[in-house]
Design a protein around this ligand. Structure first.
Ligand code: ADP
Ligand code: MG
Length: 240
């Protein structure tokens, strides 16, 4: 589903991604962990061209992301992204937030679009909030709407960048539960997270990044119970 070959990304002279190669299968759930500044967000942002890639190749499904003629709208239909801060449009209701992108990009018929939006709101447990505005919702509810909004384009891949980091602790669980449900439905997901319990339970594979490299990757038990690399061990000993 996703092929990344020798991906490098520089900001000026600062090489933030040094040589990233990995392959992600359809329906795989991959968690990316690592210290702050290791390049996790930049990696995700390169996958959907929120950053332009310095060199290397990224292919997602049938879209060669790094080709100069990539159609960004087509790419973004295939790749949903959820950020740390929910970035909902404050002047639109919950339902309108979810219907916006399909309306503009897919030109979906209004009735069909609304029906799909309501299905997604049901899925994230917020059907009753369809006419609320974002500032009337808790952080956890806003993030669940943001997930529904990303799903509205029927993406083939969902990217999550620390989706629970900005939430009050009591709201983390409800968002992780929605993500677990998606994982069980077989959606291909890449999740940057500090939630090691989630990674252990839900991930098919965990990638540890440090200093712009993938230092180590493996199953959750390989990575958490018997990390091979000394940098992985040092990182895990600080957070577990
Ligand atoms: P992480 O998500 O692992 O904390 P990031 O990918 O956000 O790491 O950042 C990796 C490095 O890239 C950091 O040193 C950061 O300062 C730098 N960086 C990220 N975005 C930019 C940018 N837009 N311009 C310049 N430097 C950036
Ligand atoms: Mg980050």
């Amino acid at each position: 589903m996703i092929v990344v070959q020798n991906l490098k990304k520089k900001f000026g002279t600062n090489e933030v991604l040094k040589d990233i190669s990995t392959t992600i299968q359809e329906k795989e759930v991959v968690c990316v962990i690592g210290p702050s500044g290791s390049g996790k967000s930049t990696f995700l942002r390169c996958l959907n061209l929120l950053e332009d890639v310095t060199s290397g190749k990224v292919v997602i499904g049938d879209v060669e992301v790094t080709s100069p003629n990539t159609n960004i709208d087509h790419l973004r239909q295939n790749v949903g992204m959820v950020f740390q801060l929910f970035n909902l449009f404050p002047h639109l209701t919950v339902l309108e937030n979810i219907m916006l992108a399909p309306k503009h990009i897919k030109k979906t018929d209004k009735q069909q679009n609304e029906q799909k939006a309501m299905e997604l709101l049901n899925k994230v447990g917020l059907a009753g909030k369809r006419d609320a505005y974002p500032d009337q919702l808790s952080g956890g509810q806003q993030q669940r709407v943001a997930i529904a909004r990303a799903l509205a384009m029927n993406p083939r891949v969902m990217l999550f960048d620390e989706p629970t980091s900005a939430l009050d602790p009591e709201m983390v669980g409800e968002v992780l539960q929605v993500m677990k449900d998606l994982a069980h439905e077989g959606i291909t997901m890449i999740v940057v997270t500090h939630e090691m319990g989630f990674a252990r339970e839900v991930a098919d594979r965990v990638i540890f990044m440090d200093g712009g490299y993938i230092v180590e990757e493996g199953s959750p038990s390989e990575l958490f119970d018997s990390p091979k690399h000394e940098r992985t061990q040092a990182f895990l000993s600080k957070i577990l």
